[in-house]
Design a binder for this molecule. Structure first.
Ligand SMILES: [Zn+2]
Length: 388
């Protein structure tokens, strides 16, 4: 009966990860590099920043939180930051953004091999969990495809690309397993390079290589593990985008949704042609998938109202079965660690995402409860595409 089913409606809502660091942490980092603050002093300030971030996160009403990625220097190179295996001064892979600024990755130098991570993300989740036992905490990690970009264009003499890939797969696997074992609610693989790859190579060959690498990684995990692993795709959530002009639907979404995963965190709010994207997702959706749609534009400083979020979720529900819809932010709010967005604005955006998602959930419940049995709306049926 419908009355039984409506109780089950629950639209999950999760952040992507990063929150801008508070000014006092940015000041402490500067003081550390200026020699005015020692390592212990800086560590204490980091702890304070994570504590404040978790406190503010909980204040938004979010059931799932992160540590705001306060410890990460950025979302890509955290495992190799300060490693003696990379040469940060050598120009490596470059991510060009729309406004002309670039982000550069370090290059594997060929020294101190084989390739190993200097730090695993489980360090972050352990610290966060020690501070918060009341809420689910998710942990973002960098994708194997992004990490593959640190291998130099000219192959290293004594360390082939294939050797590097094998070692790197082991390290990314260890990174994810450590987070799962440390109690991360979900481990989210950040794969911003997927959309970028189509800008660099419109033929799709580079994307295919990236997808194959991710499949090699995911094949190492059990079905149970995979239920707690998701992937995030976006056109770059820095001060502007790197690949927003790349067609989301042509190759990217169909390829991503074929991955052996069921949790997809997709940038959506900033997209112009939402109907085409919803149709594309509908066509490529697998049973059991949950698509977390970005309903908050992380680059626009304007705070979306809960009503806007509600309406966007209701629009999504015209195409996607309700039990396969989740919401998220389009991206992290400070993926490169040097962004100075207002934390107040960021947390208000998150609060409105939670409130708007709940409003949509309530309306969908009402709509279903008003429907008579003849319509037999089945929210657990993957073929049900619309309740309107
Ligand atoms: Zn992103």
């Amino acid at each position: 009966m419908i009355s039984n089913r409506i109780i089950d409606i629950n639209i999950p809502s999760e952040p992507i990860g990063s929150i801008p660091r508070p000014q006092y942490l940015l000041d402490a980092i500067r003081d550390y590099y200026d020699g005015k603050l020692n390592k212990d002093g800086l560590t204490e300030v980091y702890y304070q920043s994570v504590r404040d971030t978790i406190h503010d996160f909980i204040g938004t009403g979010s059931k799932v939180i992160t540590d705001g990625e306060q410890w990460k220097p950025n979302f890509i190179t955290y495992p190799i930051f300060g490693s003696n295996q990379v040469d940060p001064d050598q120009t490596g892979f470059t991510i060009p953004f729309q406004d002309g600024h670039v982000r550069r990755l370090p290059v594997l130098s060929g020294k101190n091999l084989p390739f190993k991570y200097k730090l695993y993300a489980s360090e972050y989740i352990k610290k966060a969990k020690a501070m918060c036992s009341t809420h689910a905490i998710k942990q973002p990690v960098i994708s194997v495809s992004a990490m593959s970009l640190i291998y130099p264009a000219n192959p290293l003499e004594k360390y082939s690309r294939d050797q590097f890939i094998e070692d790197m797969l082991n390290e990314v696997e260890k990174d994810i397993r450590g987070c799962l074992e440390a109690g991360a609610d979900t481990v989210q693989i950040d794969a911003t390079e997927a959309r970028l790859s189509l800008k660099l190579d419109p033929s799709g060959e580079l994307l295919k290589k990236f997808i194959n690498l991710n499949n090699r990684l995911l094949n190492r995990f059990s079905v149970t593990d995979l239920l707690r692993i998701g992937i995030h795709s976006c056109p770059g959530g820095d001060r502007c985008y790197h690949s927003a002009d790349v067609d989301y639907c042509r190759l990217l979404l169909p390829s991503l949704l074929k991955l052996r995963l069921s949790r997809f965190y997709l940038e959506f709010a900033a997209e112009k042609n939402k109907v085409a994207i919803l149709q594309c997702i509908k066509e490529n959706l697998k049973p059991g998938d949950i698509i977390f749609f970005g309903v908050i534009n992380v680059i626009d400083p304007r705070v979306e109202s809960p009503e806007e979020v509600r309406d966007l979720v209701l629009e999504i529900a015209k195409y996607i079965p309700i039990n396969q819809i989740g919401t998220c932010d389009d991206c992290g709010f400070s993926p490169f660690g040097d962004d100075i967005k207002s934390r107040d604005i960021v947390f208000q955006k998150i609060k409105n995402r939670i409130a708007g998602t709940k409003m949509a959930e309530d309306i969908l419940k009402q709509l279903l409860s008003k429907s008579d049995d003849e319509e037999d709306l089945d929210i657990n049926n993957n073929n049900s595409s619309s309740i309107f």
